[in-house]
Design a protein around this ligand. Structure first.
Ligand code: ATP
Ligand code: MG
Length: 201
């Protein structure tokens, strides 16, 4: 089994996440993609993050029409900080050692990978698929010199459709009463408006 992992705050999940996950699934012939909303991402401490139940519901709604997409609440259940190393260890326990894990990260996150908790150990244990993100240029030679040969074997780069969409931008739009049509799935748009999620921040 080859499983793709799409982690994120998903506040809210948007078409950039979805189109990327689908493109990676196809190019790497992955059996499924697991979307894992993060409880409290270590790099977003001090920032307001929407209630986890709302983020879980939106992620579930957004992925339900793709039979290869699944959602896991494992990081929400674990509480505390979401470290990818813990998540990966838990997934290896669940799926067994023969399952290969592929973490999908945006170019912006790849540039920061060396700062992650236990980064070197992580890169040895699982694969990373770094996708292109508009406006972000990653110095791969810097990544390689930090991670050494593990980088060549376990960090893969892929060009994906590259939609210039961010959750930050979506939250701003909602707050200022602008349209978010075609940036998020319709079910997610309906949910955001019905629950008045980003009206005041
Ligand atoms: P925020 O603006 O709140 O930081 P975001 O849009 O960056 O939100 P996250 O939940 O932080 O979304 O991102 C989760 C993962 O998805 C990260 O690896 C990020 O690089 C990737 N990602 C986010 N937006 C896109 C996009 N438009 N295209 C490709 N990958 C994306
Ligand atoms: Mg982000």
């Amino acid at each position: 089994m080859k499983i793709g992992i799409m982690g994120g705050t998903f506040d809210p999940i948007h078409l950039g996440h979805l189109v990327t996950a689908e493109a990676v699934r196809e190019s790497f012939a992955l059996d499924e993609i697991l979307f894992i909303p993060a409880a409290r991402p270590p790099h977003k401490l001090g920032k307001f993050v929407t209630d986890e139940q709302h983020r879980l519901v939106m992620t579930t709604l957004a992925t339900q029409s793709n039979k290869f997409f699944r959602v896991s609440d494992m990081e929400l259940k674990r509480k505390g900080l979401s470290y990818t190393l813990d998540t990966m260890n838990e997934l290896h326990k669940t799926f067994g050692r023969s399952t290969e894990l592929f973490f999908i990260i945006g170019a912006d996150s790849l540039a920061d990978l060396f700062k992650w908790h236990a980064a070197r150990e992580l890169v040895k244990k699982c694969h990373f698929i770094a996708t292109t993100r508009q406006g972000v240029d990653v110095d791969f030679s810097a990544v390689e010199s930090f991670f050494g040969s593990a980088a060549r074997e376990h960090i893969h780069r892929v060009t994906t459709p590259g939609l210039e969409i961010s959750s930050t931008d979506i939250r701003d739009k909602v707050r200022s009463g602008r349209s978010i049509k075609y940036l998020v799935p319709e079910v997610v748009e309906d949910y955001i408006l019905r629950e008045k999620l980003y009206d005041d921040r």
